[in-house]
Design a binder for this molecule. Structure first.
Ligand SMILES: Nc1ncnc2c1ncn2[C@@H]1O[C@H](COP(=O)(O)OP(=O)(O)OP(=O)(O)O)[C@@H](O)[C@H]1O
Ligand SMILES: [Mg+2]
Length: 261
């Protein structure tokens, strides 16, 4: 049985002056899946996810979340609807601890009137929740009071992903989360992404790394020239054919039907 569609878009158009970044792009994300978004430079991947995360507004087209039309005007609109995004230039504060980073911008206040009046932070509760959250996601970082600048690149990325997963109710969007990482560090982040999916969230993963895409994706959305060229099933298509579809060397019509997802 196919899982229900969580987030979708149809006919998205986005122009920057004379450049058409999105030229009628469609998109469909299902419940509990990892959907990889791949495409050559300039294919419109970032523009697509920026529309989905409210960072830019499309000139035309529709988006639906849980079957309802949505119109995001800014990122907070998408966040309020349960969509969290980790952008490529990581939004972690290096000088702050892991616990502080996890609650950055959404700090918990102490209960009761003194807490509300004086806006006192509930550090104990934030620390306890951080420990629980990271253990739940099986992230092996010992101390939540460690400053993020003392972490490895992979661990930092895990903090950013865990933060998004903690606040997302439906969708986590990740733009190149393993781009700057080594093999071991990438594996750590990929394992975390699987944990996030296995907890029932849907994940959109932009990546240029084909082995990562094939190692983790349930389906592959191929962006090309501002549109969706195809959605592929990584269990049924080879990496080289996938790259050929991405570059336009192979038309999706030439593929056997069972390669399409
Ligand atoms: N803010 C902007 N102003 C002008 N042109 C832009 C802007 N953002 C994107 N573009 C153009 O729109 C097209 C699609 O860009 P986009 O960033 O969506 O591609 P991408 O698939 O994410 O590429 P990459 O793999 O290089 O990140 C490109 O031609 C790009 O130059
Ligand atoms: Mg991009």
């Amino acid at each position: 049985m196919t899982a229900p569609v969580v987030l979708s878009a149809s006919g998205l158009v986005k122009r920057y002056g004379r450049v058409t970044a999105l030229d009628g792009a469609d998109f469909e994300l299902r419940a509990g899946e990892i959907l990889a978004v791949i495409g050559d430079n300039g294919a419109g991947k970032s523009s697509l996810i920026k529309c989905l995360s409210g960072a830019i507004i499309a000139d035309a087209g529709q988006m639906m979340l849980g079957g309802q039309p949505v119109h995001f005007k800014r990122p907070i609109d998408a966040r309020h609807r349960g969509i969290e995004t980790v952008y490529q230039d990581l939004a972690v504060a290096p000088g702050m601890t892991i616990a502080e980073n996890l609650f950055l911008g959404r700090e918990l206040r102490r209960p009761g009137w003194p807490g509300r009046l004086l806006r006192l932070l509930d550090k104990k509760e934030m620390l306890a929740q951080s420990v629980a959250r990271m253990a739940d996601l099986k992230v092996g970082i010992r101390s939540m009071t460690q400053a993020v600048e003392t972490l490895s690149g992979g661990q930092r990325q895990c903090v950013a992903v865990a933060r998004a997963a903690a606040f997302a109710r439906h969708v986590v969007i990740l733009d190149e989360p393993t781009a700057a990482l080594g093999v071991k560090e990438s594996d750590m982040v990929l394992a975390l992404i699987r944990q996030v999916r296995d907890r029932g969230l849907s994940v959109v993963l932009i990546s240029h790394n084909m082995p990562h895409v094939f190692g983790i994706a349930d389906r592959i959305h191929v962006a090309r020239l501002g549109r969706r060229a195809a959605v592929l099933d990584p269990r049924r298509i080879s990496m080289s054919d996938t790259v050929a579809v991405m570059t336009g060397a192979l038309s999706p019509c030439e593929l056997p039907d069972d390669c399409l997802a």
